[in-house]
Design a protein around this ligand. Structure first.
Ligand code: SF4
Ligand code: SF4
Length: 350
């Protein structure tokens, strides 16, 4: 199939846009995606503090700490003027912890294996803390990668045009030969998904595993990004936003239940989230009360005002299934067939 598009808003000059949908109702916070990414791309050489894929607990401050308040993005929907952003301090990412494996594993120490020094912050420092009071406390996990935005403010920020958006699939990459480590991209990304490598003096970021999707595996096979393939509950769908037959198009454009994180930054992310559901609150006596456990205002802060309609749509379709009726939306959200979850070969020219 070759592609004509569509109602989808593609960046100028971009033929097709890769995208990912993550269903937050399925994330168990196991960090398998983080480890898969870390071992494939960022295992050393100035990258110790970097997690191109990270999973943070919400509510919580995230990684880097308070990234949501660090600025960046665009001042208006016209993308004429960027918002000023900040470069996080190293401590906001947390330092790479060191462990004395030698003493504990081989030299007979009976101390537990724990980070050396006295860490005060790190990736997912807020793990499982959440908010609310017993019996109505709540939290959920938020996996994050670069959003390969339609209007990437990181790209606009680079005076050397070292960071660019690929025409064939909209993946945002950094040309390591051109980069001079000015870090304007780090400042400009409101999601803080570009990282500075102090050893190579260049910036680095999630590459959407482009060699895997280009089929550079041993036998030329195509693979979805490692974070998606390795996820035990298989909560990530990968494909092209403008593939009208794919689940991503349906979830984002038709049902409008997959939403970008912080749409108010106006970079138009191409990673989308199915917002989290939780059981309603309980009274102290254990009776169900008609109050959302995860406050809708909090979800609105993360996903914008469209979250209300998205949650209502999902709830309506869940009820249909409970009544024995069919629901295409629920079928899409519970599909386990990898051929439908990862549709990367639908555009011959991609
Ligand atoms: S998430 Fe940040 S780094 Fe990634 S494309 Fe968007 S602005 Fe650039
Ligand atoms: S691998 Fe999947 S379930 Fe585990 S933390 Fe990552 S996204 Fe969540």
């Amino acid at each position: 199939m070759s592609g004509g598009t569509s109602e989808v808003d593609l960046a100028e000059g971009v033929s097709h846009q890769v995208a990912m949908v993550m269903d937050l109702n399925k994330c168990v916070g196991c960090q398998t995606c983080t480890v898969a990414c870390k071992t494939l791309w960022t295992e050393g050489g100035g990258r110790e503090y970097m997690y191109w894929n990270n999973v943070e607990t919400k509510p919580g401050e995230g990684y880097p700490r308070n990234w949501g308040e660090s600025g960046g993005g665009w001042k208006s929907a016209e993308h004429g003027e960027r918002s000023p952003g900040e470069i996080p301090a190293q401590g906001d990412y947390g330092r790479a912890w060191e462990f004395d494996h030698e003493a504990i594993m081989y030299d007979g120490s009976d101390e537990p294996l724990r980070p050396q020094g006295d860490p005060t912050w790190g990736p997912n420092w807020d793990e499982d803390r959440g908010a609310g009071e017993h019996p109505n406390s709540y939290y959920f996990y938020l996996p994050r990668i670069c959003n390969h935005c339609t209007h990437p403010s990181c790209v606009e920020a680079c005076p050397r045009k070292a960071i660019y958006k690929r025409e064939e699939d909209g993946i945002v990459l950094i040309d390591q030969e051109r980069c001079r480590g000015y870090r304007y991209c780090v400042e400009g990304c409101p999601y803080k998904k570009v990282y500075y490598n102090a050893r190579t003096k260049t910036s680095e970021k999630c590459v959407f595993c482009y060699p895997r999707i280009e089929g550079s595996g041993p036998d030329g096979e195509t693979f979805a990004p490692a974070c998606a393939e390795e996820c035990p509950p298989q909560l990530r769908l990968v494909g092209f936003l403008d593939d009208e037959r794919g689940p991503i198009y349906k979830l984002v454009e038709e049902y409008e239940v997959a939403l970008p994180l912080h749409p108010e930054y106006r970079t138009e992310p191409n990673v989308y989230y199915i917002p989290p559901f939780a059981p309603p609150q309980h009274s102290d006596a254990g009776e169900t009360v008609d109050v959302d456990r995860i406050p809708r205002e909090y979800l609105e802060e993360l996903f914008g005002e469209r979250v209300h309609r998205a949650l209502d749509t999902i709830q309506r379709e869940r009820e249909r299934v409970n009544l024995g009726e069919s629901s295409e939306l629920m079928d899409l959200l519970t599909d386990t067939n990898p051929a439908r979850k990862y549709r990367l070969e639908v555009f011959d020219d991609a």
